[in-house]
Structures are given as C-alpha cells and as structure tokens.
Design a protein around this ligand. Structure first.
Ligand SMILES: Nc1nc2c(ncn2[C@@H]2O[C@H](COP(=O)(O)OP(=O)(O)OP(=O)(O)O)[C@@H](O)[C@H]2O)c(=O)[nH]1
Ligand SMILES: [Mg+2]
Ligand SMILES: [Zn+2]
Length: 275
C-alpha cells in the first residue's frame, strides 16, 4: 500500500520556521538626522536563513549521492508531464523520488505516484515558490513513509516547483541544477522577458514542439533567445506528448548523476591521499 505520501504538507504547519526566518532578518535603525526620529525597518536578506538551510540540504544530498533537480516553469508548461516521461524513461535503472509544490491539491503527486515513484506533495496555500524548509519537511516524509516500509535510497530527486517563472528562481533548495521548462506555445520571447529564470538555470527544456507547425512561436528562436540570456544552458527541444527529443534529456540526467558521483569519489580519494 502506498503511504500517505500523497497527503499534502500544508504550509501552515511550517509557519513557525518561516516566521523565524523573517524575524531573524529584520532589524531596526534610527534616522537621527531629523529632529523627529523615525524608526526604519531594514529587511536585510530575507533569504539568508533559506540559504543556510539549503547549504545543509546540499551537504546531505552530496553525502547520499543524490542528484537533485529543481524544475521551474509557468503553470501548464508541462512540468508534471515531463516528470511522468522522465520516470518512465529512467525508473528501470535508477531510484527516483519526487517532491511536488502546488498552491492546492495533491493532483500532481498522485500523477507521479501513479507513474511508479514515491512522491510527496507540498501545498503552499498562497505561496508562489518552494523554500528549503519545505523541502526538508518533505524529505522526512520521503524517508519515512506512513506504511512503515523503509524507503529505497534515491539516485535522483526531482522537485516540481510552484508554477511561476519569477520568484522560484531566487530560492536555493540545495539542488544541483535548476531546469526551466519553456512551453513553445507560450512564446519564443519568454527568455528575454523572464531572464532571471534562464540565468539561474543550468538547463532549459523547450516542451510541446509537436505544436510548432500550428503556431508562430519557433523552437529555434526560443533556443537562440535562451542562449542569448545564458550561453551555458543545456537546451533540449522535446515533446512530452510524442516522446520526440526525450532521449537527450534522459541522457543529460544520467550524465549529471555520473559526474556528481565521479566528483565525489575523486574528492574522497583525494582526501584519503592527504590523510
Ligand atoms: N501538445 C502537447 N501538450 C503537452 C505536452 N506536455 C504537456 N502537455 C499538456 O499540457 C498540459 C499541462 O501539463 P502539465 O504537465 O500538467 O503542466 P504543469 O507545468 O505541471 O502544470 P502546473 O503544475 O499546473 O503548473 C496538459 O494538458 C498536458 O497534457 C507536449 O509536449 N505537447
Ligand atoms: Mg504540475
Ligand atoms: Zn514566491
């Protein structure tokens, strides 16, 4: 029986921590120049506490040899469909896990669980992005399923962020790479209009290329615009509907996992040589 992994984690339960991260980062100062002193609120770096926790998560993922991808896109770009196709393509050879972020429902986690991998749903309520604290809470659920079974160690953890091309880009979740899914029918100008998503990512998946014959938006132009914003991006043109182009994407995940593990074993060997 699959656990209650699909029972969403409601964001209310995370409030004390979120509140703490904000309180910690607010200080006050006095404007002493004027006769009447005015108290000024200084919001230093509201993401500071998040960055610290994300760093700790990154260490945990390194220790456990897990490749972590943070998938970012606007609503409906095809994030969950990409996850379903990725699971189908890799589940025979790799152990996969998924964390789903949505304002409401557990629909996406149910789709992913139906594809055959453990999935935890986070409901953010009004929140428009995931934070490291939410990932930490979800990981606890992934590691200790409600059915009492022991979880299989993961090779790849995929996080589907809340549908939004803006603020998820600014929140570190301890991932190895952020991946932007750019849906072709949404327009090939998106990299120019939402550059942050493309500068913070290591890869872009241009999805729904099966629709290209029917729309003005062109994959080659979207690729060109994405590379204009970030020349280091790995770019994949694919269709989650027909499966065209999926192999290159799956190979990129395999290669990233191998590279991470090679780098880790190189470091370990280096460490023992100097011990
Ligand atoms: N034509 C076409 N449709 C696709 C493709 N990939 C996904 N879709 C459709 O696009 C719609 C949205 O897909 P989802 O995977 O739910 O998108 P999402 O980004 O996860 O959406 P949210 O989680 O709500 O932000 C669905 O109707 C999919 O069937 C594709 O490659 N081609
Ligand atoms: Mg989705
Ligand atoms: Zn946000």
């Amino acid at each position: 029986m699959r656990a209650n992994r699909n029972r969403p984690i409601a964001i209310d339960t995370l409030w004390p921590g979120v509140l703490y991260s904000f309180v910690k980062s607010i200080s006050t100062q006095w404007n002493t120049k004027d006769a009447m002193a005015v108290k000024i609120l200084v919001l230093k770096d509201v993401t500071e506490a998040n960055s610290i926790l994300a760093g700790a998560l990154r260490n945990t993922f390194a220790r456990d040899d897990v490749l972590v991808l943070d998938v970012i896109a606007s609503p409906g770009a095809g994030k969950t469909t990409l996850l379903e196709r990725t699971i189908e393509g890799l589940r025979a050879e790799l152990s996969l896990g998924v964390i789903e972020g949505d304002p409401a429902t557990s629909l996406d986690a149910e789709r992913v669980a139906a594809a055959g991998v453990p999935a935890v749903q986070i409901n953010t309520g009004g929140g428009c992005h995931l934070e490291a604290r939410m990932i930490q809470a979800a990981l606890e659920q992934l590691a200790a399923p409600d059915d009492g079974a022991s979880a299989r160690p993961l090779d790849v953890l995929i996080i589907e962020n809340v549908g939004n091309l803006l603020c998820p880009t600014g929140w570190d979740l301890g991932e190895d790479a952020k991946v932007v899914v750019a849906s072709l029918p949404e327009g090939d100008d998106k990299p120019l209009k939402y550059p942050m998503a493309f500068t913070s990512a290591q890869a872009v998946v241009i999805n729904k290329i099966d629709l290209e014959p029917y729309i003005p938006s062109k994959a080659a132009r979207l690729r060109e615009n994405a590379l204009k914003i970030n020349p280091d991006l790995a770019v994949f043109e694919l269709s989650c509907l027909t499966g065209q182009g999926l192999d290159a994407w799956l190979n990129w995940i395999r290669a990233r996992l191998i590279a991470k593990r090679r780098a880790a074993s190189g470091k370990a060997a280096d460490g023992s040589a100097h011990a």
